[in-house]
Design a protein around this ligand. Structure first.
Ligand code: FES
Length: 293
């Protein structure tokens, strides 16, 4: 007897959105425009969440969803306080601006490499914009004295944001937009062969594999430095990037890391790179995760 599959009602919708190639042209143009308008630097770092150590967009969505949901709860439990509900809707609308900008930044960094993210992200944005329009409609109805319509529109706004949240969660947790790309593979705990010493020239970033881990090796000032080669931001190989002194720049979105300790010199990455100890041993370069003892 075969076991029944767990029903997943939203799956058909998500499958349909992931397959919506009709939006690809417009989506690619939008992604390019967003990336062009927001080059690497302090503003990009602020929107990406470099300063808090993970993506900024998800916690901001809590403010918008929390405010709208609280407005609808108040509509039910305290119908005599319509001003409080309206203020909560205004708080949600105000918070939606940085929320949308940070989300668009995250999306634009990823859609270029994954059409599913491009398509799901556009649907996510459409659902959320619908939610904001419904919230504005709710406020307008309340101000006209149509409280029943105002409450219904606020409920509908929450429904639209719920759909947006479903699609956003799919992007983050299923399609992998946002997590530290080295989280599950920091590096080998034991000394592991990575490359021949002669294959790592001075000052040139060199990609190698140590066990299962891609490693960036850099010979600089008579030392060999080693960090995880997969950029923590979206997974591009740092060994394809440029090096200046101790700093390597990711070729995809311009994050910069100090190879001495893996720290972030510039975002949009939000997590530093795992650092590996490196030593030369009989013409080979051996590495292991720093602090593995
Ligand atoms: S993959 Fe985006 S900065 Fe490296």
């Amino acid at each position: 007897m075969t076991e029944a599959q767990i029903p997943r009602p939203p799956h058909a919708l998500i499958d349909a959105v992931e397959g919506a190639s009709v939006v690809d042209g417009a989506g690619a143009a939008l992604g390019k425009a967003i990336r062009g308008a927001n080059p690497p630097g302090p503003v990009r770092d602020a929107l990406s969440g470099t300063w808090i150590g993970h993506a900024l967009h998800p916690p901001l969505t809590d403010v918008v969803i929390g405010a709208f949901l609280s407005a609808s709860v108040l509509d039910v439990v305290a119908p005599g306080s319509p001003e409080a509900s309206e203020r909560l809707l205004l708080v949600g609308l105000l918070a939606s601006l940085p929320t949308a900008v940070s989300g668009a930044t995250d999306w634009a960094d990823t859609e270029i490499a994954d059409v599913r993210v491009r398509r799901v992200g556009l649907a996510h944005a459409a659902a959320n914009v619908s939610g904001l329009a419904l919230a504005i409609g709710s406020i307008a109805a309340r101000r006209r004295g149509s409280m029943a319509a105002g409450r219904a529109l606020a409920m509908a706004a929450n429904g639209a944001l719920g759909l947006g949240g479903l699609l956003g969660g799919h992007m983050s947790f299923t399609l992998g937009v946002g997590p530290n790309q080295t989280a599950f593979d920091a590096g080998p705990g034991d000394w592991t062969d990575a490359a021949g010493a002669a294959d790592v020239p001075e000052g040139e970033p060199t990609g190698a594999i140590a066990g299962d881990t891609p490693v960036l090796l850099l010979r600089h000032d008579d030392r060999i430095h080693a960090i995880h080669d997969r950029c923590s931001h979206r997974g591009c190989l740092l060994s394809d990037g440029e090096v200046e002194g101790h700093v390597v720049t990711c070729p995809c979105h311009g994050s910069r890391f100090d190879v001495r300790d893996g720290s972030i010199v510039r975002g949009p990455a939000t997590a530093g790179q795992p650092v590996l100890e490196a030593r030369e041993d009989d013409g080979r370069i051996m590495v292991r995760l720093a602090g593995a003892d």
